[in-house]
Write a protein that binds this ligand. Structure first.
Ligand SMILES: Cc1cc2nc3c(=O)[nH]c(=O)nc-3n(C[C@H](O)[C@H](O)[C@H](O)COP(=O)(O)OP(=O)(O)OC[C@H]3O[C@@H](n4cnc5c(N)ncnc54)[C@H](O)[C@@H]3O)c2cc1C
Length: 358
C-alpha cells in the first residue's frame, strides 16, 4: 500500500493513537491542534480521570505500552447521599490529562514524535476549510462544541462544576449520587494532584447543587473546596445509534465518533481503541467498520437501559439509599461485584466500562 498524507484534527488521546499507528506504517501524518500545545483542551485540563481499563490488552491493541501513564486506584467509594459503599477498585485506574511528564498526553506525544508525526499547534479546524476537507481526514476533536457545529454532528450538552489542585494522597476515587444532578460527582487523587467534577447531562447545575456537594464533602470526607469553575461541553450521546465511524467521507475518532460508555460516560478506553480503528480506516474501511461495530456493539442496549430504567431510578437516590440500607453494605457490594464481573466478561473493548457491556 502506497504511503498516504493523512491530516488529523485534534492532538488528544485518540488523535495521537491514530497518528502514531499511521506514522509507524510509513504514512506522512500532520496533526492540527487548536491549543498552543499538546495536553488536550485547556478548558478541562490539566485533569485527572478515572476509568476501568485492561491496560495490557489496550496497550497491545493500540501498539503502545500505556502502563506508565495509568495509576491503579487503591480504593473506590460509591456514595448514595452520605451512605458509603466501598466498591471494587481492581482494574480501575487514574490517568492524568495534561502536558506534565506523567500524563498520558506526554507519553503519546513522545511516541508520535519518535514515529515522525508532525504537529501544528494554534491551528483549529475553521469553517471555511470544511467544504474542502479531503475524504479520509480524521476528526478527533473530543468534547468541544465548535467542531460538532461545523461538521453538523448531533450532540447533547453536559454541564459541570470543576475543581482541582495539589494533594498528597494515596490514589483513591469516589462517585457521589444525589438528586441535584442526573449523573454524579467524582474525585480522583493521584500524581500529587486531585480533580473534582460534579456533572449533569442536558440540565444546568444551579449553585445550590454545588452547595449540596460541598456540604457532603465537608460532612463525610472532611474536605473543603472553595475554588470551583463552571464548565460545559458536548457529547455525541444523543440517541441509541450515536456511534459513527464515518461522516461525509471523514473518519471520526475518539469521543466524537460516539465511542464512549453511554452509562457512566467513561471515554478513555473508547478513545484509545477508536484511535487505532481510525488508523485502520485510512487503508481498510471495511475492516475498520467491523472493529468499530464490535467495540460499540453494546451502545444501543446500554443507552436504552440508562434512559428507560436507570434515569427514573436514579432520580430517587433516597430509594436506592433505603434499598442499600435494607440489603446491607455487604450484600450491596456483592451485587456490584457480580454486575462488574458479568460486564467485564462480555466486554469487547478491553476493560471498557463494565456497566456498558451487559
Ligand atoms: C471534564 C471531563 C472529565 C472526564 N472524566 C472522565 C473520567 O473520569 N473517565 C473517563 O473514562 N472519561 C472521562 N472523560 C471523557 C474522556 O476524557 C474523553 O472521552 C476523552 O478525552 C476523549 O478523547 P478524544 O481523543 O476523543 O478527545 P480529547 O482527548 O479531548 O482530545 C481532543 C483534542 O482536540 C482538540 N480540538 C478540539 N476542537 C478542535 C478543533 N476545532 N480543531 C483542532 N483541534 C481541536 C482539543 O483541544 C483536544 O486536544 C471526561 C471528559 C471531560 C471533558
Amino acid at each position: 500500500m502506497a504511503p498516504k498524507e493523512v491530516l488529523i484534527y485534534g492532538a488528544g488521546m485518540s488523535g495521537m493513537v491514530a497518528a502514531y499507528n499511521l506514522a509507524v506504517e510509513g504514512h506522512q501524518v500532520l496533526v492540527r491542534e487548536q491549543e498552543p500545545s499538546y495536553g488536550g483542551s485547556r478548558v478541562f485540563n490539566p485533569s485527572l480521570h478515572t476509568t476501568p481499563l485492561d491496560v495490557a490488552a489496550t496497550s497491545e491493541y493500540v501498539g503502545i505500552d500505556l502502563t506508565p501513564a495509568f495509576v491503579p486506584v487503591s480504593s473506590l467509594y460509591i456514595y448514595l447521599h452520605d451512605l458509603e459503599i466501598p466498591a471494587p477498585a481492581a482494574m480501575s485506574y487514574h490517568v492524568e490529562r495534561s502536558s506534565r511528564p506523567q500524563s498520558l498526553d506526554t507519553l503519546l506525544y513522545n511516541k508520535c514524535l519518535e514515529a515522525g508525526v508532525k504537529f501544528e499547534f494554534d491551528s483549529p479546524l475553521r469553517a471555511e476549510e470544511v467544504p474542502d476537507l479531503q475524504p479520509g481526514t480524521i476528526i478527533a476533536c473530543g468534547l468541544n462544541q465548535p467542531a460538532y457545529d461545523l461538521l453538523k454532528i448531533p450532540y447533547v450538552h453536559w454541564y459541570a462544576w470543576m475543581a482541582s489542585g495539589e494533594a498528597d494522597s494515596e490514589p483513591y476515587a469516589w462517585i457521589w449520587l444525589d438528586e441535584c444532578i442526573n449523573e454524579y460527582g467524582y474525585i480522583s487523587f493521584a500524581n500529587g494532584i486531585y480533580y473534582n467534577l460534579l456533572f449533569s447531562y442536558g440540565q444546568e447545575i444551579p449553585r445550590e447543587g454545588l452547595e449540596r456537594y460541598r456540604s457532603f464533602m465537608k460532612r463525610v470526607r472532611g474536605m473543603e473546596e472553595d475554588d470551583w469553575e463552571y464548565v460545559r461541553g458536548v457529547a455525541p450521546a444523543s440517541s441509541p445509534d450515536s456511534p459513527h465511524l464515518f461522516h461525509d467521507g471523514l473518519i471520526l475518532c475518539g469521543t466524537v465518533s460516539g465511542s464512549i460508555d453511554p452509562f457512566m460516560g467513561f471515554g478513555i478506553s473508547g478513545a484509545l481503541v477508536s484511535g487505532k480503528v481510525a488508523a485502520i480506516a485510512v487503508t481498510d474501511r471495511e475492516k475498520a467498520l467491523e472493529e468499530f461495530q464490535r467495540f460499540n456493539r453494546n451502545f444501543a442496549k446500554v443507552f436504552q437501559f440508562k434512559h428507560e430504567l436507570w434515569y427514573p431510578l436514579r432520580a430517587r437516590v433516597d430509594l436506592l439509599e433505603d434499598l442499600a440500607r435494607i440489603l446491607g453494605t455487604e450484600n450491596t457490594l456483592k451485587l456490584l461485584v457480580e454486575g462488574l464481573r458479568k460486564g467485564r466478561k462480555s466486554s469487547a473493548i478491553p476493560g471498557f466500562s463494565p456497566v456498558s457491556c451487559h
